[in-house]
Design a protein around this ligand. Structure first.
Ligand SMILES: [Zn+2]
Length: 235
């Protein structure tokens, strides 16, 4: 019985180490996910600003076209002036020129406003792109560090897993599955030490008869309160 219990204790030690490695790996995975989410978030902002900038550039180009058309219109109407015969016609043409000039001034004002927006948006975009580049750089550096840590952790995992497999092979299947069941249900502690008649897994006192049986050490005992497999420190 002692031999099986010793195997179980060794197995538990390895399983606890494997569980800890898994926790650490999950923590690193979470950290990398956080970095990648942050990068995606800023990339999303850059994409949105780029789309807005393209839209503004289109609107600006259209206004420039309108301005050209309005200038052509002014030149054309002014070209009619020398052929005018009557005062009435003259007043009408002057009025037309005046309106065309006003329209072109309006368009110029819109272009100036549009270009102000373009400058502002361009600055925002530059800022976000700089931020994105810094995040990408940090993220790549951290990724490289974490990759190295994980590669070392992989090697440790493989070694521990091999130890675990060879320990598990030494144990009867029913005992092994009982141990595994308790290990996963009882927070990674399936094998508990008994001190002063109490199970250290749940800190409950064992019935005296069971304590005596445990002392004799002929059979594996389970804690009646938490079901953990029990052993005594015989040092
Ligand atoms: Zn217990």
């Amino acid at each position: 019985m002692h031999e099986k219990m010793n195997l179980l204790r060794e197995l538990q030690e390895v399983d606890q180490e494997l569980a800890e490695l898994a926790t650490v790996r999950a923590k690193y995975a979470g950290e990398l996910k956080g970095l990648s989410d942050e990068q995606d978030r800023v990339q999303g902002m850059v994409d949105e600003l780029t789309a807005q900038l393209e839209q503004l550039q289109k609107e600006d180009a259209q206004l420039q076209q309108e301005l050209l058309a309005e200038k052509d219109q002014i030149t054309m109407v002014e070209g009619r002036l020398p052929e005018i015969q009557t005062q009435k016609e003259y007043v009408a043409v002057l009025k037309e020129i005046d309106m065309a000039k006003k329209a072109s001034l309006d368009t110029l004002a819109k272009i100036s406003e549009k270009e102000g927006q373009l400058t502002e948006l361009g600055d925002d975009l530059d800022e976000k792109q700089t931020e994105l580049a810094a995040i990408a750089e940090n993220s790549a550096a951290r990724q490289a560090e974490v990759d190295q840590i994980l590669a070392e952790s992989d090697a440790t995992c493989v070694a521990r897993q091999a130890t675990r497999d060879s320990l598990a092979k030494e144990l009867p299947n029913t005992l092994l599955s009982k141990y595994q069941r308790i290990f996963s249900r009882r927070g990674g502690l399936a094998v508990a030490c008994v001190v002063d008649g109490a199970c250290l897994g749940c800190n409950m006192q064992l019935p005296p008869q069971q304590y005596n049986r445990l002392h004799r050490g002929n059979e594996l005992q389970s804690c009646p309160h938490c079901n953990r497999l029990l052993y005594m420190n015989r040092a």
